[in-house]
Design a protein around this ligand. Structure first.
Ligand code: FNR
Length: 340
């Protein structure tokens, strides 16, 4: 099978696999405030997380690495939708374009279609410092995501098996690029031990990429003759991973992603400690099923939901979400009691 065809099959598997029956966002109740005191039109969605400045906490997370015409087309559409709505976006892994310059078009289109937007580059933790800088230059990126996806690699027959140099490599990239570096999981979540290790390497931004949405165990298992089905429930659900990360350091910038279904899930992630939230599979599904206008209207709907939630908590801005009361139940509470 050609690589382009394999990528399309990959997208299909990512969007169509069955979702977890238990959603840990349902374990969080935000406390509703009846007596609204603010003006909806004056609420602020802008985010300042360290050096990252976003016009809204929602951004479209990394997808469709791998190059090819289809990647270029999807990236181009996502970039136009991000530009129209003013939200940030990340591109999928640029490793293929770093190895084969013919693939650069699939990524350069993003900056062409979204000249003024906030865009994150994306590389694997095996990238060299010069590759990391090249990925940034390729799309004039405002930040760099380094994805870590150990379980996905282990399930892929052709995946990496040796991670002995990963830590020092991440440290070299953090020290060697001038834009903010976000270390990002792809749907298995980060533990406080992992986050502490990253903190000690100098990492100040993590996208905890938790379990609950797109599940790369399921995606990769669909390509295996003998699947590792026992790992399909592996990983740390997103709200729990935010709590784990928050316990490490008050100056760590936490981005939440993984299984965020709508604005209220995004708000819950921020009440727990996230400063922004990324959505991937849910938004790609809208784009592929109903087109760019539908994606734009979905993004606007989600931003409206966030503002409604701010109003109902008397929070003037997303920054004030961190002070809001909430109640935890179910598995998330058990996890918090035993780990935090
Ligand atoms: C991804 N994701 C991803 N992440 C990354 O860092 N580099 C990549 O190249 C890709 N590629 C990719 C392709 C497709 C089709 C999907 C759906 C996702 C992972 C993505 O950014 C995110 O971490 C996970 O999908 C979890 O978020 P959702 O989908 O549950 O919102």
């Amino acid at each position: 099978m050609s690589r382009a065809k394999r990528k399309i099959e990959h997208i299909h598997h990512a969007l169509e696999h069955d979702r977890d029956y238990y959603n840990h966002f349902d374990d969080i109740d935000i406390v509703h405030q009846s007596l609204a005191k603010l003006n909806f039109d004056e609420l602020s969605l802008s985010v300042e997380a360290g050096e990252l400045k976003l016009s809204s906490p929602l951004f479209i997370n990394a997808m469709t690495g791998g190059g090819g015409e289809r990647t270029e087309q999807i990236n181009g559409e996502i970039a136009l939708a991000a530009s129209e709505t003013g939200i940030g976006m990340a591109v999928g892994s640029q490793m293929s374009a770093l190895k084969d310059p013919a693939e650069r078009n699939s990524y350069e289109i993003v900056r062409k279609n979204n000249p003024d937007g906030i865009i994150f580059a994306n590389v694997g933790s095996e990238a060299s410092v010069s590759q990391a800088n090249e990925a940034i230059e390729m799309i004039e990126a405002d930040g760099l995501q380094i994805h870590v996806n150990t379980l996905q690699e282990l399930i892929m027959p052709e995946g990496d098996r040796n991670f002995k140099t990963r830590m020092e490599n991440i440290q070299r990239i953090v020290e060697g690029v001038s834009q903010p570096v976000i270390v990002k999981e792809v749907g298995f979540g980060m533990s406080k031990e992992s986050v502490e290790c990253l903190w000690n390497l100098g990492v100040r931004y993590v996208d905890i990429g938790g379990r609950g949405g797109t599940n790369f165990s399921k995606v990769e298992n669909l390509r295996r003759e003998k699947p590792f089905s026992s790992f399909e429930n592996w990983g740390i659900p997103t709200p729990i991973s935010v709590l784990e990360a928050k316990s490490i350091h008050k100056d760590l910038h936490i981005i939440a992603s993984g299984g965020i279904r709508h604005g209220v899930d995004g708000v819950k992630a921020m009440v727990l400690g996230g400063e922004a939230f990324g959505m991937a599979g849910t938004l790609l599904r809208v784009l592929l099923q109903d087109g760019r206008q539908a994606l734009i209207s979905e993004v606007e709907h989600i931003l409206h939901e966030v503002k409604m939630a701010l109003m109902l908590m008397n929070a003037r801005s997303t920054k004030e979400l961190h002070r809001q009361p909430y109640v935890l139940s179910g598995k998330t509470r058990e996890w918090q009691e035993q780990r935090m």
